[in-house]
Design a protein around this ligand. Sequence first.
Ligand code: GFB
Length: 316
Amino acid sequence: MNNKMYFENKKIWIAGHNGMVGRALVRNFVKHEKLEIITAPSSELDLRDKSKVEEFVRKNSPDIVIIAAARVGGIHANDTYPVDFIQDNISIAQNIMKSCHHNDVDKIINLGSSCIYPKFAEQPIEEDSLLSGKLETTNQWYAIAKITAVKLCQAYNKQFNRSYVSVLPSNLYGPYDNFNLETSHVMPALMRKAHEAKENSSPSLSVWGSGKPLREFLHVDDLAEAIEKILISFEGEVINVGSNDELSIMDLSNIIKDVVGFKGDIIFDSSKPDGTPRKKLDNSQLESLGWSPKIDLKTGIKNVYDWFLNTEDKRF
Ligand code: GFB
């Protein structure tokens, strides 16, 4: 079945449509004229409120639901707000899945992350590595919540023959990312730091940790396209989505320095944690579906910095 036919006369609810991933999903799915996209801002629908979620799903009866809503953050935020990260993410997943099952929604895409795999998982990480070892301590709370969501999908598939699929992307970046220096991920944090250091003619830029950890970065527009492919072609329950674009935080810092045009020095702040040394995904399941990413890292970083310079809509 081709993409167009699959989405004809269907309704898709993108939960978390205002976030970085949610906006990329809307940008991707609006091309399907006969697909109705349902959204609800968090000001109108608190996904942690079970009865409100149940009422929303009953009233809108979507055919497909993408859970792109979550409490997310970088290494420091995860380590600082454990209750919020575990509690909010479990209730969001549980409320949406329970309401979808009650209202006979057969297809869910549940978004996880590469950081829910064991800290020292064999690299590249295959999907069946899940729960095979200890978690990275700084984000164990988020990881446990997201692992629970993955297992909940599998439980609904086993007990009620649902088609609830968990998608585990590598580190993501793109427009509408969070640029708050305390709660953000490394990519937006370093972009903002380099930009402000350039604007203020600062002599240096502080990078957390040793700069040695490796990360694999995927642009959110590539993720959105991969999710469309997964909806149509993937028969399994858990699938990685990576870019194979892996580099050290040190190398990333230098690319961002170049893109922004900051000429000062990079100072590594060893008082901050490195987190997981590496979390390179095995993307062979996705590659076997015939999908590969289109946005190379340097182009993607330039794309985001152009957006950063020209938008009023930055989340600081
Ligand atoms: O992106 P990040 O916060 O999250 O950090 P993780 C990645 C690496 O970049 C770490 C370093 O080694 C950080 O120490 N880093 C350097 C910085 N400078 C900075 C900075 O200014 N800000 C930040 N944030 N990092 C997250 C998980 O782990 O991965 C989340 O905690 C989520 O739950 C996400 O799953 C995908 O990649 O280490």
